[in-house]
Ligand binder design. Structure first.
Ligand code: SF4
Length: 209
């Protein structure tokens, strides 16, 4: 990152963190992936049951690797045959890890989902939710965040999972109702009823999609 991008991101992150605070959520700014990893681990006590519902950014900062190597009960849904049991276990986890599809500069989180296991666990269940969010996902308003989620994140995820959707072929959202659509549920997190439940680590890097 050039120093000018870093200066801009630091200023923007302050605004996002202030917005999160006004919504009963806690924000942090990490200047790189290493700092983000240290901040995330500081939020996860040893012995915690931890799980996640996708999220490339969580992998990209090395958090999954660290949790698997450390003294944590990391519930890896990819290693559990019974997918329904894995999803249900997530609701009772101590910590749920995620990355947002977009966040507004005043602290609203936007996530879309096909199966809805991820958005439902963000909304309710796990005692703590820790988001890892690259500054590339910060948008100036809710409309911009929704557009980002549908025209950037969703088409890339559709391609990643080999889904037959218009966006996986055209690179942008066509508002489909195809059987493979991953835009079944939209979660807009504008306030957290429970203090200290939602934590958002903003990282001065391009992470995820
Ligand atoms: S609604 Fe359909 S075309 Fe649009 S992003 Fe979602 S899956 Fe892709």
């Amino acid at each position: 990152m050039s120093e000018y991008i870093t200066m801009r991101n630091e200023l923007l992150a302050k605004r996002v963190i202030k917005g999160l605070d006004s919504r009963n959520m806690t924000g942090y700014y990490a200047k790189d992936r290493e700092e983000a990893l240290a901040q995330a681990l500081a939020l996860i006590p040893e012995g915690s049951a931890v799980t996640m519902g996708g999220g490339m950014s969580v992998h990209e900062i090395g958090l999954v690797k660290a949790l698997k190597a450390g003294n944590y009960n990391f519930i890896d849904r990819d290693e559990i045959e019974d997918k329904r049991a894995a999803m249900l276990a997530a609701y009772d986890a101590d910590v749920f890890l995620a990355s947002a599809n977009a966040v507004t500069d005043d602290g609203i989180l936007v996530n879309i989902d096909g199966n809805a296991n991820r958005v439902s666990a963000i909304a309710q269940g796990p005692r703590k939710v820790v988001f890892i969010v690259g500054m590339n996902k910060v948008c100036s308003d809710l409309d911009g965040a929704m557009k980002r989620a549908r025209n950037v994140a969703a088409p890339i995820n559709a391609q990643r999972f080999g889904l037959s959707t218009p966006c996986s072929k055209l690179g942008t959202c066509m508002d489909c109702k195809s059987p493979d659509t991953i835009c079944c549920q939209f979660l807009i997190t504008r306030y957290s009823r429970h203090k200290d439940r939602i934590h958002v680590i903003l990282v001065d890097d391009n992470l995820g999609f």
